[in-house]
Ligand binder design. Structure first.
Ligand SMILES: [Zn+2]
Length: 244
């Protein structure tokens, strides 16, 4: 298991939904941001189905989730710079139009490191996560080669490294000792998701505090588990691809 890339100047993290990036690589982004790396998010869908409450107005939820995602970027030490592609939640395809949009963002933002969902993770059910993963791999190919999408205004850009989170076969660790709190703070900015993805009932509920503590413990335990493989107090694990 190798570990700890040199500090990139710019990093772009691509998630299917608002909150995926914080779960996948939030602590690594926080670490790099603290050392001067510019961090950017790209979120493929509008998050409009991310609730268990059938009475939710999807249009309102989209607005809420955009604000939450920007707040999470700031909690990680970024400037709230988030590209929202706005595809309908649950219906993301890895088609040419979407690939064009991801390639466009890579050429414009010129990241040294790109993060994405591992599209080859076995037995993954959610199509948005699978398709968002393929959009990153395919978007990098289109961003780096000059004859792809000639209508893109920006010059080609080849990132140095792709780090896949939720990896089927992780082979790289980032030591995030000291940045667990930043990841948790960013996750908890996604207030609309507390119930459905973090097991925290509506805010103000009697048992909320215990549920928040339990959630923090689950995230902390997972980071500690990855850390043990590399001798770190806490780590995030990735599949690392350098041949881009
Ligand atoms: Zn997701």
């Amino acid at each position: 298991m190798d570990s700890n890339l040199p500090l990139p100047a710019r990093a772009l993290a691509v998630g299917a939904h608002p909150d995926d990036v914080e779960f996948g690589c939030g602590a690594t982004l926080a670490k790099w941001a603290a050392h001067g790396c510019e961090i950017f998010h790209l979120i493929c869908t509008d998050g409009s189905k991310g609730t268990w409450d059938p009475a939710t107005d999807p249009a309102e939820l989209v607005v809420t989730r955009r604000k939450e995602q920007q707040a999470a970027s700031i909690a990680l030490g970024g400037r709230g710079e988030v590209v929202f592609l706005g595809w309908p939640d649950g219906e993301l395809e890895s088609g040419l139009r979407q690939r064009f949009e991801v390639a466009s963002a890579i050429r414009r933002l010129r990241p040294d490191v790109v993060f994405g969902h591992d599209p080859w993770k076995r037995y993954r059910l959610h199509p948005d996560h699978r398709n968002a993963g393929f959009l990153v791999t395919d978007g990098i190919v289109a961003a780096r080669d000059p004859l792809f999408f000639p209508e893109l205004g920006d010059p080609p850009h080849r990132p140095k490294t792709l780090l896949l989170f939720e990896a089927d076969e992780p082979d790289h660790l980032e030591d995030v000792t000291g940045f667990v709190e930043a990841k948790l703070a960013a996750l908890l900015r996604h207030e609309s998701q507390l119930r459905s993805t973090m097991g925290i009932a509506r805010r103000g509920a009697e048992n909320e505090n215990q549920e928040v503590l339990d959630f923090r413990q689950r995230v902390t335990d997972r980071l500690a588990e990855h850390g043990r493989e590399g001798g770190f107090a806490a780590a995030e694990a990735f599949k690392r691809i350098d041949k881009l």
